[in-house]
Design a protein around this ligand. Structure first.
Ligand SMILES: Cc1cc2nc3c(=O)[nH]c(=O)nc-3n(C[C@H](O)[C@H](O)[C@H](O)COP(=O)(O)OP(=O)(O)OC[C@H]3O[C@@H](n4cnc5c(N)ncnc54)[C@H](O)[C@@H]3O)c2cc1C
Length: 385
């Protein structure tokens, strides 16, 4: 939609082929319906790509500041919470509807319930194959998204269309999703939310970590810290590598301080843990370390106390899978950035074909980074097509 708005403002005749009954369905689902459209902290560390210069070039061309200015210029106030940017209305639908209005005001033709099945190029002309017609055009922008939440319309068809045209597609895998773990203990931990640090290890080597509100579920860990590291798990599991997670239930205190707290007074161990962590979590940990909650720390064997502190500071579990595409916010993988010119978003394989958004092999963290990627790449393609 962003590409269509900009191209039409530049005098191009634009047709949008949308196979759902309305455009921007995924936008409606973003930010829990509030649309976290971008983030004030646009640092590259929030993105994953094999060529960060590519990402930098795109974001410099149309930044989070540019997106906010674009919205405000078009009458939409925005708001910020800890750097996260939202429409002031708190409604994703208001942002989506603004984009549709801008498309209509610029005479863009919107074809709904129309699937693009294939794109072929004959000489200088593209033939865009739809179920009951072929659209002819001198340039084409592919903005088909990834393949999460298929009911929003992104079903992975863009990868196939672009692969047929000669682009390299790096294996798409789900990202920003939960981690499914082997351990049976999760059945007892279900429903607990804690502030914790999650550290992901591949073959025992730490590759990513994040701290925030972690949700313990009957299958494993979910919530933002799990989401942020999940892409690494998906890639490693796809290569049959061993993936483990260490959860630190007390990230703000070191082991020495923890020991002081545990040994510092006469309370029984249950009461001590209740002062530090969620009660249900404390009860499950005591049960699994075989410690009676009524005991004083001085009556507990050293071996058991060590196991207890290990569990509090590095509860280590094995990841067997990530959430699937229906439970992931984005895809990691997609069109290799070597096939795209970052200054124009034009394919290096096919002239006058442009590629934007999530279908490209760039994925951002939670926090507005993936939508910003869609706006920035869409803007550049719209300017250059
Ligand atoms: C639940 C959820 C919450 C999210 N929350 C956030 C958030 O708060 N902030 C953030 O930055 N990101 C968020 N994301 C990620 C973000 O929504 C996507 O990265 C972004 O929408 C990608 O934009 P896109 O234009 O590339 O693709 P999409 O938004 O997926 O749009 C692609 C469009 O192309 C259409 N299409 C696909 N194939 C065809 C075809 N063959 N023919 C015709 N039409 C086709 C689809 O119907 C769709 O309308 C969230 C994702 C999910 C699933």
């Amino acid at each position: 939609m962003m590409a269509g708005i900009i191209a039409s403002q530049n005098g191009k005749k634009v047709i949008i082929v949308e196979h759902r009954e309305q455009p921007g369905k995924k936008i409606l689902a973003t930010g829990n319906g509030r649309c976290n459209y971008s983030n004030k902290n646009q640092g590259l560390e929030n993105y994953h790509c094999k060529n960060m210069k590519f990402v930098e070039s795109v974001l410099n061309e149309f930044s989070q500041k540019d997106m906010t200015e674009f919205l405000e210029k078009n009458g939409m106030l925005t708001k910020e919470k800890n750097g996260y940017l939202y429409p002031r209305s708190n409604q994703a639908v208001s942002l989506r509807d603004l984009l549709v209005t801008l498309l209509k005001n610029n005479s863009v033709e919107l074809m709904y319930d129309t699937e693009c099945m294939d794109i072929k190029k004959n000489g200088e002309i593209f033939n865009i194959k739809c179920p009951d017609k072929i659209i002819k055009s001198r340039s084409v922008i592919v903005s088909t998204g990834g393949m999460t939440y298929k009911k929003t319309g992104s079903d992975g068809s863009g990868y196939k269309i672009l692969e047929k045209l000669g682009h390299s597609i790096n294996k798409p895998l789900p990202a920003l999703t939960a981690l499914y773990c082997k351990e049976k203990i999760f059945k007892e931990l279900k429903g607990i939310r804690v502030d914790a640090k999650v550290e992901l290890y591949i073959e025992d080597k730490s590759v990513a970590k994040d701290t925030g509100e972690l949700q313990l579920t009957d299958y494993g860990v979910s919530g933002i810290p799990a989401f942020q590291v999940s892409r690494f798990a998906a890639i490693a599991l796809h290569k049959n590598r061993k993936v483990t997670v260490g959860v630190d239930f007390l990230p703000e205190i070191d082991r020495k301080t923890l020991n002081k707290l545990l040994y510092g007074n006469e309370l029984n161990i249950r009461q001590k843990l209740y002062g530090l962590i969620n009660q249900k979590l404390a009860d499950v940990i005591l049960k699994h370390t075989g410690i009676s909650g009524d005991l004083s720390v001085y009556d507990i064997k050293k071996r058991q106390m060590d196991k207890l502190t290990d569990t509090l500071k590095e509860f280590s579990v094995t990841v067997k899978a990530t959430g699937d595409y229906e439970h992931a916010q984005v895809v990691t993988g997609g069109v290799d950035v070597n096939d795209i010119n970052s200054l124009t978003m034009e394919s290096k394989i096919i002239n006058n074909l442009y590629i934007t958004g999530e279908v490209i092999d760039v994925d951002g963290l939670c926090g507005g980074y993936n939508l910003q990627w869609a706006w920035s790449t869409g803007y550049i393609a719209g300017m250059n097509c």
